[in-house]
Design a protein around this ligand. Structure first.
Ligand SMILES: [Mg+2]
Length: 198
């Protein structure tokens, strides 16, 4: 089985670091719960152009380079890599390729068999992840974007890593919400995610 795994806010605590960066640089008092939309511009209540500028600055900041892995992700990937082919699928900008690979090598050396970097937010189409999943024979995607999860779920099982920005009253049959990497391991181990929800 091939498992596709998103990077930001699934493998690494991207948002935690972005909040620290933003509060330091712009004297804001943002908290994780304020990010109720996957669209940063909406959550920050800033125009797209300004949001993009903040994001570009973040990618050069000490906070970005100090991004820690999400709680339990290193241990969970260690376990999953023994049994499955793991593939990173991220929508990070192409300019971040080297820093992203360096970060993966630091925390997850030799754990991933493939790596897809799908481009920046501006040109990023939600469809891309769904296409990659089908093209690459991904059986399961672990993701924190509700939109990506919904889009991919027409052909791929998805574990949605819970976050303030992916809340929804209803999830498609193929999408299962997890609250931690421990949850994810249990779901995969028990194969419960492959049972049809009723
Ligand atoms: Mg993500």
């Amino acid at each position: 089985m091939r498992i596709g795994i998103d990077l930001d806010d699934v493998l690494g605590d991207h948002m935690g670091q972005f909040i620290i960066f933003h509060n330091r640089s712009y004297k804001t008092t943002l908290e994780r719960k304020d990010f109720t939309s996957f669209n940063l511009s909406k959550s920050l209540e800033l125009p797209m152009e300004e949001t993009r500028r903040h994001l570009e600055e973040f990618y050069k900041s000490p906070e970005f380079f100090g991004t820690p892995p999400m709680n339990g992700s290193v241990e969970a990937i260690e376990i999953l890599a023994q049994k499955y082919k793991l593939v990173v699928i991220t929508s990070r900008p192409k300019e971040q390729a080297k820093d992203t690979i360096d970060w993966l090598d630091r925390y997850f050396p030799n754990k991933f068999s493939d790596f897809y970097l799908l481009g920046n937010q501006e040109s990023y189409s939600q469809k891309k992840k769904a296409h990659i999943c089908i093209y690459d024979g991904i059986s399961l995607l672990i993701e924190d974007s509700l939109e990506n999860a919904q889009d991919c779920s027409t052909g791929t099982r998805v574990i949605l890593y819970d976050a303030p920005w992916n809340q929804s009253e209803n999830l498609p049959q193929m999408v299962h919400r997890a609250y931690s990497w421990g949850d994810i391991l249990k779901m995969i181990g028990s194969k419960s995610i492959f049972c049809i929800k009723r």
